[in-house]
Design a protein around this ligand. Sequence first.
Ligand code: VGL
Ligand code: ZN
Length: 206
Amino acid sequence: MRALIIVDVQNDFLPGGALAVPEGDKVIPVINELQEKFDFIVATQDWHPADHSSFASQHPGKSPGDIVVVEGEDQILWPDHCVQGSFGAEFHQDLKQSNWRKVFQKGQNKLVDSYSGFHDNARKADTGLADYLLAQEVSEVYIVGLATDYCVKFTVLDALKEGFDTYVIEDASKAVNINPNDFTLALKDMSKSGAEIIRSRDISPE
Ligand code: VGL
Ligand code: ZN
């Protein structure tokens, strides 16, 4: 069985949000149309406490984009975003949610960031996504959403490690692009690791 995994299509990652992905809103109609082709849909949600260590505001003198070491791991600092219960953490209102089986939240531990929908960056905690998919006999995953160069990429790399046949739908994902070619580099990384990069029109109805 195949599953669609929708990564972090939340207000803070959309234009006007705290950590806006350029043209992030363009993926919404594409993802809504794709959802018609999938029976099995799950989503991930970045879900941080207000004092999360990935926030520049928690490191006096530091700014978004700076890198610090937290618990022995390099951490890029971000603006405060996706704080639990805030509007910024909600899914965009135009994103269809009625057919979702389950939402997997990540980034709750203030000391560890979690880009992947499967594990935190230190691989200490597991969201339960892999076991959930396996229990439902999912073997193929199609990954879309925000941002291509962070949460989509790490979710794809973990899906491959978990043994899923993994597809990235490139027109249903946009990058933060701190450097202008980060979108292209992320696609290359994912492809080198074994993911197939496809377009939404390549997907046939179930
Ligand atoms: C993300 C940076 C920080 C993402 C989440 O969803 O790609 N990026 N938190
Ligand atoms: Zn985050």
